[in-house]
Design a protein around this ligand. Structure first.
Ligand code: ZN
Length: 335
């Protein structure tokens, strides 16, 4: 059955060969009454086989995934393939153009809007199209993120907790194949919870892997190399790129985010001075950092502590900090 959506594309997902065009997201404005926003799309198909949906630019200011998918889209010919690749390197295109996490059109944070709405805001329409048109085509989903402007991450991959032992094993296998130095299992508490692309994919029983490859609105060389190799390994593992040359995955350290105590938040406004490095092992009670109060020169800085022991997974990138900003997140071994 055809899903109800206002988004359309001349790309025929069932056609053989390599097609490059875009999704057309209707957007009627003062200067373009019947206009649409182009969301770049590459579809490559060669006969029967599984389909991988590869996405970046879900947040516009996260770059390693965008570059990895642009490189992959140019490199792959239909003859390399068995099955189908659907690649969207700039999924929230208005946010990508603006270099922002959220869309400047509706302030929509795409990875907080799933499963979206067919007749909602532009960003809600994108989420809905992914959920209702693309997910039913997909056997595996990779959604490439980084920390964006406000966070810096250790290069890592993540999945949601499985709802059954079988699903947990399948997701864990994806993490092992992708081969990030650190992998973690998280339900998104503190992040997007059930409003993410990965949660919507899980709701449709499609295995989904997300990454955090770097951050701070710039491109990490290590993060890009991990994305390129990890994607190839997953596509080879799924049988979609059976002959592609890959570097063997190194063992990944599987960790978990232990609820809200894993996060350190600012309680005051000021300049954040971190006391721990990315990837450092920290103990509960250890000093995490200080907030210096430029409004009150004589007031001592606020000292913050880690509530949980673990490895520092991410830290706030900008120094200027307000109450409620996330400063750190730590992960513990999954065991
Ligand atoms: Zn992101």
């Amino acid at each position: 059955m055809q899903a109800i959506t206002r988004i359309w594309t001349p790309v025929d997902f069932n056609a053989e060969g390599k097609q490059t065009d875009c999704l057309r997201l209707p957007h009627s404005t003062d200067v373009s009454a019947y206009g649409w926003i182009p969301i770049p799309l590459v579809c490559i198909r060669n006969g029967e086989g599984p389909t991988a949906l590869l996405v970046s630019g879900n947040h516009g200011d996260e770059y390693e995934g965008q570059v990895a998918l642009l490189n992959l889209a140019r490199m792959i010919s239909p003859s390399d393939l068995r099955g189908r690749l659907i690649i969207l390197p700039a999924l929230n295109y208005p946010a990508v153009v603006a270099g922002r996490r959220v869309s400047p059109i509706d302030e929509g944070n795409l990875n907080r809007m799933f499963p979206g709405g067919a007749f909602g805001s532009p960003t809600q329409m994108i989420a809905h199209y992914v959920s209702e048109v693309l997910f039913p085509l997909a056997d595996v989903v990779i959604d490439l993120h980084s920390g964006g402007r406000s966070l810096q991450y250790v290069p890592s991959a993540l999945v949601r907790p499985g709802r059954t032992d079988e699903e947990s094993a399948r997701l864990r296998k994806l993490l092992e194949v992708f081969g990030a130095p650190i992998s973690f299992v998280t339900d998104g508490a503190g992040g997007g919870g059930l409003t993410t692309l990965a949660a919507a994919a899980q709701d449709k029983n499609i295995p989904a892997l997300t990454t955090e490859l770097g951050g701070g609105s710039t491109l990490s060389r290590n993060g890009l190399e991990l994305a390129e190799q990890g994607i190839r390994r997953v596509l080879k593992h799924c049988g979609i790129l059976p002959r592609i040359v890959i570097e063997k995955a190194r063992a990944t350290r599987v960790m978990k985010v232990a609820g809200r105590s894993a996060f350190v938040y600012a309680r005051s406004r000021g300049i954040f001075e971190p006391a721990a490095k990315l990837g450092e092992e920290v103990q509960a009670g250890q000093v995490a950092g200080s907030i210096h109060h430029f409004d009150w020169p004589m007031r001592p800085p606020e000292t913050l502590h880690f509530e949980a022991s673990g490895v520092v997974a991410c830290r706030r990138a900008p120094s200027l900090t307000n109450p409620g900003d996330c400063l750190f997140k730590v992960m513990a071994d999954a065991g």
